[in-house]
Design a binder for this molecule. Structure first.
Ligand SMILES: *Cc1c(COP(=O)(O)O)cnc(C)c1O
Length: 359
């Protein structure tokens, strides 16, 4: 229930805002197979979970946390061969993205991104008064890098792999983008990179205009912790810190700092977890292809698939009635596709069974 609107109390800017709509988070997940928001089907690293039992952790809450998340940034830096001044952390990568839009893209020139992409980008553009210029993906949802050779662009942002398609853009093409726009920041949002892509982090030393953003929400199974981070040369990180310290000095609570530090250092857990998800993804793609689905090649923890015979919307509804939630986007060009997060093998078997029944 929304309260009656009282526009007279609202700033004029607020009235026209169209906020981001997150995927459904049902109040109870009992008996529900939840494949709609790309969370991990497995719990986070046991080491990260053990942190929550540490003596004195709750007492920590009496004091403000380290505003600079020093230990956490050092750990991330060590993991990626960077220095701590090349790392910025935020309350989820959405917050990191918001600071990046504010810090680098508020310019008279338009920001370039694909027409089909993470739907928070247009929201940040509106929020910060940035003009977007969307560039169409090809029919197969791949990115045409040459299209981005636009003079007088205010910057470039794209997820790699892209969302909600799962398609991956090779690093050589990311490098082309960086060379096209040496005076502007290129943000690569690598929310899904651990599920089979090569990270652009290795290009940071050579490109002062590159910012790479990661999250613990997907591959680290810590969506509820709210932790994302950006990596880039120190001058970009300094810019993000200015924005952050003008908004909220303490975005990462002390518990999140500790859990994230341990989670990031647990590399072997990450490799195992992603390996399991990738194996299930490949098997699911095979089974759905056999049923006649058209599937976009995915390097993420979800697949983007077009059902045969019935509309995506009808299948979405039919699955919902069988207690399986996937994501349906009623938007141009993608309204015949469903985005299906990869769950456990048992969950995917239930999905495949339900699709077989419906079709
Ligand atoms: C999930 C996702 C995010 C947001 O992740 P949080 O860290 O949970 O805020 C950012 N970008 C893309 C492309 C995503 O899919």
């Amino acid at each position: 229930m929304t309260a009656p609107i009282t526009p007279s109390f609202w700033s004029p800017a607020l009235e026209g805002l169209e906020p981001y709509v997150p995927g459904e988070q049902p109040k109870t997940t009992e008996k529900l197979i939840k494949l709609n928001t790309n969370e991990s089907p497995y719990p986070p690293s046991p080491r990260a979970r053990a942190v929550l039992q540490e003596a004195g952790l709750a007492e920590k809450l009496r004091l403000y946390p380290d505003p600079e998340s020093t230990e956490l940034r050092k750990t991330i830096a060590a993991e990626f061969g960077l220095t701590a001044d090349q790392v910025f952390v935020g309350n989820g990568s959405d917050e990191v993205l918001a600071h990046a839009f504010y810090s680098f893209f508020q310019r008279p020139e338009p920001l370039l991104y694909p027409d089909i992409t993470y739907s928070f980008y247009p929201v940040y553009c509106q929020f910060y008064g940035i003009e977007p210029r969307t560039l169409p993906l090809r029919e197969d949802f791949s990115i045409t890098v040459e299209d981005y050779a636009i003079e007088g662009a205010g910057g470039v942002i794209l997820p790699n792999p892209n969302a909600p398609t799962g398609r991956y853009l090779p690093l050589a093409e990311i490098e082309q983008l960086l060379k096209m726009h040496p005076e502007r920041v290129v943000v690569i949002d690598e929310a899904y990179i651990d599920f089979g892509g090569d990270s652009a982090v290795k290009l940071i030393a050579d490109y002062p205009n590159l910012l790479v953003i990661h999250t613990l929400s997907k591959s680290h199974a810590l969506a509820g912790l709210r932790l994302g981070y950006a990596m880039g040369q120190a001058h970009l990180i300094e810019g993000l810190n200015r924005a952050k310290n003008s908004f909220n000095s303490y975005p990462i609570d002390g518990i999140a700092q500790r859990v994230a530090t341990v989670a990031i250092a647990d590399r072997s857990w990450l490799a195992d977890n992603c390996g399991k998800v990738i194996a299930t993804r490949e098997r699911t793609c095979e089974e759905l292809s056999k049923l006649g689905f058209e599937i976009v090649p995915s390097r993420a923890n979800f697949i983007f698939a077009k059902p045969p015979k019935i509309s995506a919307e009808a299948l979405f509804q039919a699955l919902r009635e069988r207690n399986i939630i996937v994501r349906y986007f009623n938007k141009p060009r993608i309204s015949e596709y469903l985005r299906i997060s990869i769950g456990t093998d048992e969950e995917m078997d239930a999905l495949i069974g339900a699709c077989r029944e419906v079709l």
